[in-house]
Design a protein around this ligand. Sequence first.
Ligand SMILES: NC(=O)c1ccc[n+]([C@@H]2O[C@H](COP(=O)([O-])OP(=O)(O)OC[C@H]3O[C@@H](n4cnc5c(N)ncnc54)[C@H](OP(=O)(O)O)[C@@H]3O)[C@@H](O)[C@H]2O)c1
Length: 305
Amino acid sequence: MNTRRRLLQAAAAAAASAAAGAGPAWAQATAAPPVALQRAFPRSGERIPAVGLGTWLTFDLPINDVEGLARRRQVLERFFAAGGRLVDSSPMYGHAEAVMGELLARPEPRLFSATKVWTGVPLYGPTQMRRSLSLWRLPRVDLMQVHNLLNWRTHLKTLREWQAEGRTRYIGITTSHGRAPDEVRHILQTERIDVLQITYSPADRSAEPLLALAAERGVAVIVNRPFDGGALLSRLEGRPLPPVARELQCESWAALVLKWTLANPAVTCAIPATTNPLHVAQNLAALQGPLPDARQRAAVLAALG
Ligand SMILES: NC(=O)c1ccc[n+]([C@@H]2O[C@H](COP(=O)([O-])OP(=O)(O)OC[C@H]3O[C@@H](n4cnc5c(N)ncnc54)[C@H](OP(=O)(O)O)[C@@H]3O)[C@@H](O)[C@H]2O)c1
């Protein structure tokens, strides 16, 4: 479908929704549009929706916090209903894995589970990973990553064994905040991994050379901190959207920022974290409509100031 036709359809849908007093499309309940933007894992060809869900801080709450849990349940329900699949956690995220275990439906065929091993004690790695499975209440995970490259040489060996035994389907490493680029480059060049998780957003473009290398090496890229930990969107709050947002069918800064990130073809999935069901809908809206071309990407950057 060409862009003009898409825009006309979107305008007609918006008009119909406004006439019905229903508010913007992202605020609608659960009518899930088909997931338009999926990206493939280079090693397997398996495709996943290009927006996932982080859990750092946002899902770290005591298991007996009934109100807090109810809100996270809404976040998850909205996430899956809008076509989301990849949820990322870690033993570093306090109660987050236990909260996932509590909230997930069983079975939950839409889930693509991603967690991490994070210990400086090499021998503790397998115990910690088994504990993660038990907290998520899953027999296996889809992706196990070495968190922040900690002890990566030892843990990658274990991860390979787990992969061979079918306890994780994919293996990877994570870093953030532009840390340790030389080590990441070394791993990409010398090790066989499936996934690199790294920080990338209009606020931090330092990963771009590594994204290119990952693509060259057949490694999928998961983008963490897509909103710069939230700072990027806080700064934009209340500011009107720029004209390029209409071209890209974005009704929020969040979707616009995510589309800027997803326009990099090396990116497989961005994983914004949120405690707010409405924000989930805004973030997943980035899966719909066109992605920015080079001119539009520049316009987004200019608008971010
Ligand atoms: N080394 C690593 O492995 C590593 C490091 C960092 C992060 N990560 C992973 O990446 C995930 C994402 O990174 P992050 O949590 O640090 O930062 P982020 O996703 O860039 O930002 C999260 C913040 O953005 C806000 N937000 C989300 N959607 C929004 C929207 N539509 N409108 C307004 N505000 C919105 C959230 O607040 P509300 O709750 O109010 O929506 C939250 O405070 C983490 O949760 C974690 O899973 C991994």
